[in-house]
Design a binder for this molecule. Structure first.
Ligand SMILES: Nc1ncnc2c1ncn2[C@@H]1O[C@H](COP(=O)(O)OP(=O)(O)OP(=O)(O)O)[C@@H](O)[C@H]1O
Ligand SMILES: [Mg+2]
Length: 422
């Protein structure tokens, strides 16, 4: 058998530059339609160049609006201007989400020639003073970039940010926070808000025209002109614009379409290639794991989604079972018994589509509350793609019980999970 990689390793006439430039981690040297934001960041930070201190900065904008890459671009330029004499420390708070892990990371990221501190075991106040000592010892200004800063607050509360802000005031440093959450500041404690002392810059969503310019810029010098049709560029831009003006989505779609077209030996990219890229792109794990569920599991999962939407506090086994029966009636299936449905709910929990949480209701015993994991809208959409659901209208999905007003009777009926006799 021939080596299967040979046909893919031939150089291609349509590729005129480095395809890595289309990857999402590549930081371009220009950002069409972000001139104002980039200049705004540079203006706030410009006092560092003249030996002063910068205000803290908060950047807001939806996913794919260019926040992270613009900040990394500007801070790289700042470093270049200062001939490397500045510490730029980037932290993604989705990964480092506790005060402890951030302090350790920062302490070890500053280049002072000291040996790294251990990742575990040191008391927090020791790390705190070590970090302040190293920041001052480095003799350079320090910019700390906290990307997805809202995740830090969500997981560790305002305290973590309070401590970081305190460190900034004890050293020659400032912070840039990046978030998707427009209400971020209002989620902070008043004492943190008052210390934040920040300027804010908004990254509005891109429209389709702007995305088209961005795509044209990103492929120029990488792909031979004419290989990508205007229609294909326009479609990638339109699909990204639909998705809250997401440049990442547009660029990823175009990159996947280019990749497949090159591998298939095509001489240009049409809109069909973009649609194919979108289908591949969206073939995510969630969709696959839903598609491969048996029909009754899909009905139970749909019922769990709809029950949760109707009233999240009533998302308990009995309620889900009743709505499941209604779904069966609507699309023409004989319902399984409650015991079987309990098993299916456990299976769905094993695949990570649901989580359950058993709560004690005092003298009424314990009840299992069920929560659908991930976006309910997407999950519903994937279930309803099954032709068996074509007649489903959702007209009979209602709140079954009177859990709130008639709690006792409800609990008595359902707490033992004995529904087969019903
Ligand atoms: N104006 C632009 N010009 C060129 N490329 C851009 C532009 N805006 C965004 N991009 C590219 O789009 C992708 C997404 O941008 P980025 O990661 O900066 O978004 P983000 O706002 O940080 O999103 P998230 O909130 O999801 O982290 C990156 O590959 C980035 O280089
Ligand atoms: Mg980002």
């Amino acid at each position: 058998m021939d080596n299967p990689f040979i046909k893919y390793s031939k150089s291609n006439d349509y590729v005129t530059g480095d395809l890595k430039k289309l990857s999402s981690s590549y930081i371009p040297d220009n950002f069409p339609h972000r001139e104002k934001q980039i200049d705004g960041i540079a203006r706030v930070m410009s006092s560092i160049v003249t030996g002063g201190i910068s205000s803290n900065l908060l950047l807001y904008g939806k996913s794919g609006s260019g926040k992270t890459s613009s900040v990394l671009y500007v801070t790289n330029m700042l470093k270049e201007t200062l001939n490397g004499n500045i510490n730029i420390l980037y932290i993604n708070c989705e990964i480092y989400d506790s005060q402890y892990s951030i302090l350790v990371y920062l302490t070890n990221a500053i280049d002072t020639g000291d040996s790294p501190i251990p990742i575990l075991g040191l008391p927090q106040d020791r790390i705190y003073s070590e970090l302040v000592k190293r920041l001052n010892k480095s003799g350079r200004y320090t910019v700390i970039i906290l990307d997805e800063i809202d995740k830090l607050i969500q997981k560790s509360g305002s305290d973590a940010l309070y401590v970081l802000l305190k460190i900034l005031t004890e050293s020659n440093a400032s912070m840039i926070g990046i978030t998707n959450d427009a209400s971020f500041v209002s989620t902070l404690d008043a004492r943190v808000q008052s210390r934040l002392n920040q300027e804010s810059i908004i990254f509005p969503p891109y429209n389709a025209m702007e995305l088209r310019d961005i795509l044209k810029f990103r492929v120029s010098g990488v792909i031979k002109e004419g290989f990508i049709t205007d229609a294909a560029i326009n479609l990638c831009a339109a699909l990204g614009a639909q998705e809250h003006g997401d440049a990442r989505k547009s660029i990823d779609l175009l990159r996947i379409a280019i990749d497949y077209a090159l591998k298939d030996g095509k001489s240009s990219i049409s809109i069909e290639d973009v649609y194919m890229a979108r289908d591949r792109f969206e073939m995510n794990v969630l969709k696959e794991s839903i598609k491969t569920q048996p029909i009754h599991s899909k009905m139970v999962l749909l019922s769990a989604c709809l029950t949760q939407e109707t009233d999240a506090d009533l998302s308990v086994t009995g309620e889900i079972y009743e709505n499941y029966r209604n779904i069966c009636a609507e699309i023409g299936f004989q319902p399984l018994t409650m015991r079987r449905i309990s098993d299916l709910l456990s299976d769905l929990e094993d695949t990570g589509l649901l989580t359950t949480n058993t709560r004690s209701l005092g003298r009424y015993g314990r009840m299992k509350f069920i929560r659908v994991m991930g976006s309910i809208q997407s999950i519903q959409g994937y279930i309803l793609e099954d032709p068996a659901f074509s007649s489903f209208q959702g007209s009979k999905i209602v709140r079954q019980s009177k859990l709130r007003t008639n709690f006792d009777a409800y609990v008595e009926t359902y707490k033992n999970g004995d529904f087969d006799s019903k």
